[in-house]
Design a protein around this ligand. Structure first.
Ligand code: SIN
Length: 475
């Protein structure tokens, strides 16, 4: 595998020789060094994408679809190697890393089938004077900035639809997990993606890199997954060139358990919603609202399940929660938990960081959390479940919606009608009804309010990477 920048189908060193050292979060040890790109390298990558753009856009949809299908197959064939890379640089348990590769690859299979179904429309103007023809050409070169929590899937969720629509892309993977990104790019090239259609340039200088990439006239769109804080900055910068944007930003998901819910199913769902991928997901349940009649029993059962979680290196047998990504993550989780306990929450299990080496935190359940506690308004991004008892349904819905975030929400109830009515009132782009996981390449992933702009996955995910052109025609 190469440790260079991947530009125009070639591997090269960064133009000033800079490098990134990748660390294993389970030990803190350095495990690899890769080239780091400068702003000039970002420009070179956009230029390479621009050279490839017209040819790829002109490639027949069926052929693009077949290359995407081959990409799916290649990722699946190399799943063990890719999963090992993910666990090395991200730390998540190997089973989660394998699951991530299946999920990541599936974006190629789904979009291979959709590449031949990018539809426009034709209609007659109300006056009957002309035809209204609507078509969806590719937007052009897309700059993608991706996060470390899903080193493969957050790349493929963008790249597969962008390629299906006929675009070339430049990816800035995160400094924490560049190895998976580089290997995925190499495999896509082996699957037949032409030179320059996918370019990957890790960097130590995100701001100047982004400015250089997006200042280039060939860049027509920015697709970002990460925090709302960074998303706001990128939106401001993209505004200078009025670029099309797609933003998958932070979450603060409520997980609501009504007193008629099957408690065992609710706890099972809660464990998935909270703990999948070591609790480092934007969709992670962040605050658990449990109705008064079941709040104690739910807290107790959830604490038992969290207490049973084996924490450790993602390579160790039986481990289902790996390390957090770095020391800053541990400090942030600790300060939220300490403040909550200081304000009167009880610790049902866990509560503390685990001594190093590595960056581990005990799976934690906090009981009797005040609805206004800061832990309910901040994205925890770690294995901590605050439980907030409620008795008034309307007040609970108001509290669940009392956030600028609106990515994911979860509802558990035996009464599907009540569940649907609750889902409809939640200001959330995605709702799991009696389900702890929702992610699916065939479904539109994305948030309301400050959780994002646009959707990834489903057919909506492809149209994000298209323009709309209307032709008024008479004949
Ligand atoms: C994310 O955390 O942004 C992605 C979660 C998912 O796709 O399930």
């Amino acid at each position: 595998m190469s440790d260079g920048l991947f530009i125009g189908g070639q591997w090269r060193a960064g133009s000033d020789g800079d490098t990134i050292v990748v660390h294993d979060p389970a030990t803190g040890e350095a495990i690899a060094t890769v080239a780091a790109g400068t702003p000039d390298d970002a420009t070179a990558a956009v230029e390479a994408a621009d050279r490839a753009q017209a040819g790829w856009a002109a490639t027949a949809p069926r052929e693009r679809g077949e290359i995407l299908r081959a990409s799916w197959q290649t990722l699946v064939d190399n799943a063990d190697e890719l999963a090992t890379l993910i666990t090395r640089e991200h730390g998540k348990p190997l089973a989660d890393a394998r699951g991530e590769i299946t999920y990541a690859a599936e974006f190629f299979r789904w979009n291979s089938e959709e590449a031949v179904r990018i539809h426009g429309s034709i209609g007659i103007s109300p006056a009957g004077t002309n035809q209204i023809i609507v078509r969806h050409p590719p937007v052009g070169v897309v700059v993608m900035v991706t996060p470390w929590n899903f080193p493969a899937a957050m790349i493929t969720r963008k790249v597969a639809p962008a390629l299906a629509a006929g675009n070339a892309v430049v990816i800035k993977p995160p400094r924490e997990t560049p190895l998976t990104a580089l290997r995925v790019a190499e495999l896509l090239a082996e699957a037949g993606v032409p030179d320059g259609v996918v370019n990957v340039v890790p960097t130590n200088h995100s701001g100047p890199w982004f400015d250089a990439a997006t200042a280039n006239r060939a860049c027509r769109m920015v697709s970002f997954t990460g925090s709302t804080e960074v998303g706001r900055v990128l939106l401001r910068r993209a505004a200078d060139r009025v670029l099309k944007v797609a933003m998958e930003l932070g979450g603060n998901a409520p997980f609501i358990v009504f007193d008629d819910a099957d408690l065992d199913a609710a706890v099972e769902g809660a464990m998935v919603a909270k703990m999948r991928h070591s609790a480092e997901t934007c969709t992670a349940a962040n605050r658990f609202y449990a109705e008064a009649g079941v709040a104690d029993a739910f807290t107790e059962k959830l604490a038992a399940a969290m207490g049973d979680v084996k924490v450790g290196s993602g390579f160790d047998a039986g481990v289902t929660c790996g390390p957090m990504i770095n020391a800053e993550a541990i400090a942030s989780i600790s300060s939220l938990v300490d403040a909550s306990v200081g304000a009167g929450a009880s610790v049902a299990t866990g509560g503390s960081a685990i001594d190093g080496p590595g960056h581990f935190f005990e799976p934690t359940v906090l009981g009797g959390v005040d609805p206004a506690d800061p832990i309910t308004t901040n994205e925890i991004f770690g294995p901590v479940a605050p439980v907030i008892p409620f008795s008034d349904h309307d007040a609970m819905i108001d509290a669940a919606n009392d956030t600028e975030m609106g990515l994911a929400a979860y509802v558990y109830t035996a009464d599907v009608g009540k569940g649907m009515r609750t889902a409809e009132r939640l200001e959330s782009g995605m709702v799991g009804l009696n389900r702890g996981a929702m992610s699916d390449p065939a479904a539109p992933f994305g948030g309301m309010k400050q959780s994002g702009l646009g959707r990834e996955g489903a057919s909506e995910g492809i149209y994000e990477f298209c323009e709309t052109q209307y032709i008024a025609a008479s004949w």
